[in-house]
Design a protein around this ligand. Sequence first.
Ligand code: SF4
Length: 172
Amino acid sequence: MPKSKTQFSIVVDGTKGVCAMGERVGNQNRNEGKIPVISCEGACIRGEIARLAAHLVAKEAPYRRSCHGEMFTISTSAIAGWMNEAQKVVVIDGCFLHCHGRILKNLIDEDKIAQFDALSVYNKYTDIFDIDDVPEEERKRVARQVADKVLADLKQGKRVEETTVGCGGCAK
Ligand code: SF4
């Protein structure tokens, strides 16, 4: 398969739909100055651990969970408004491919993105795809490990170049 090194665009159909809960949460978090956290939401164990870690980070002040779907596809939503106006945005990608970070940096100011590669924290499961192939308790434990690293880096104010360090031992 050819490697994609060039930029490309995708077309998104508009919608007249509105998510009432997304509007309420987006407006509330914007008004309260919360920092949005999204994850890549990938389908494999790496995406799942990133998703779980994002939930954990978002439980801590001043962070709150945001929705990548509304951010990427409904520019008029309160969620998108919140993420556009936030001082910082946290994105936890499941692996070094940084699927959501690569989209996000073209939508908002790259300098305010704190971008993480969850795999580089725990550095295993590279031969596993299915989420269920890792027991639930272990998934939660590894997600906690990732979340703690993300929170520590955020506390230290690490810049994006420092938080996107790839996984030394995994295949790229
Ligand atoms: S960053 Fe990795 S885990 Fe997440 S969607 Fe992309 S390939 Fe999947």
